[in-house]
Design a protein around this ligand. Sequence first.
Ligand SMILES: [Zn+2]
Ligand SMILES: [Zn+2]
Length: 140
Amino acid sequence: MPPRGPSTPPPATSARGNRGGMKAKAKAKMQTLRPAPAKRTCHKIPPPPGMPKVRKVGANRYGCPHEGCNKDYSRAYDVKHHYWDHVDDKLIWVCMECFGVYTRYDNALKHFKLVHNREALDEDILMIQCSADQIALWGL
Ligand SMILES: [Zn+2]
Ligand SMILES: [Zn+2]
């Protein structure tokens, strides 16, 4: 058994008669790069900290777990949104262009479009959780 050479050249592959293909490949890709559409903001409101589990009260109904509250919604998310009414902390939205403060996200969006003349992106509006005291300080 002869010892194997350390560098046996690989068998040369025939590359003849392939000119047509090369020409097609060389064709420059002139695909116009469209700018990505502005990312639409979709701020999900997080459930308040310490919120109990949403109660399922029907096939497609979700009840508020707060004692004495009988509200129910078709989406669990709406219950979480509603539950903020039961806690002292509130969510506010701050415009990062002018630091205007809004208690509703859609109002912050409207403000941004009107005043800053473009659709707000995720980074343009900051969501902050703050206490009732802070809310009072801001006079909201
Ligand atoms: Zn409730
Ligand atoms: Zn602003």
